[in-house]
Design a protein around this ligand. Sequence first.
Ligand SMILES: [Zn+2]
Length: 324
Amino acid sequence: MRLNSLVLLLFLTAACKEPAPPASAAIYAIAPATHVSTWDQNLLGRPLPARIEPATEPLLDYIRRWNESDGFQAVPKPARMDAKDKEALARELSNLPPPVLKLLQKHVITIATVEDLGGSAMAGAAFDDRGEFPFGFLILDINMFKRNANQWISYKENTVFQPEPGTSYTVTLEPEVSNTRIAGMRFVILHELGHIIAQVTRSLPAFTDRRPDRNKFPFARTFDEFPLRGRIKFYADKPPFSVMEAERLYSEFSPTRFPTLYSCVDEEEDFSETFALYIHTVLMKKPYEVKLIEKGKTTVLARDRILLPQMKEKRDFIARILEK
Ligand SMILES: [Zn+2]
């Protein structure tokens, strides 16, 4: 009897206690960058190159809040993109498929540049008094893009795998002829644009939502589980897997509806990766290939997963957004 009462008491305590709101809700309640009133909305009418500028204080404040919440030591500083790079990036973006360029022009108020971000890039969205998100902002760490596109994506994915002598894990995002630093920036901009579009279109719970119910959102319902998923962590101090485990991880990952390993992190990253890969592979016909090279023997672990039959529902979801 005593035990039962205790169990009941514990059950009631657990049932009555509200889960802690997500970190985004706490940050969006106070960070000025997340409210439309902080922004000069005339910027949305200006050409994209005029929006590529060093980060201003509200954005530095936004990054500092996230770094504190995620336990990252990095302290961001504004940085100016080299004039030639800025011109090349603006040209690269102007060549995006028209519906994508339209979304970028309409919903990205700035592409702010920094150094010491604590990652490659990040995004946020600004809400108005009706709780809608009409636009967002994008932040790029220019120092992360001293590598070309394939070096950058391989570096990022290798933060999951502890290296072993004689074995390498590589990702190809660009054919050799277009494997530039600017192409890497374009890919990361597509991914970050995905985070903003998820908010603008309400494809996922609002960043301001203190008690998000992910099951209400059709996109979140295609999020698959598999046993090794919980161990995947990017940018960890110590990679969670040995590269010798890559094949085992991919054998569990292969039947799922994730376009990339990074999309397994959570629903937000899954949406952004699916959005970016749809544009990258379906619209722009570019590769996404993951290879393991072991003592001279090459194994393809994944290739253009966004085109797989099980990805149809997700492809259709993104296609509908781009058609609007
Ligand atoms: Zn992301």
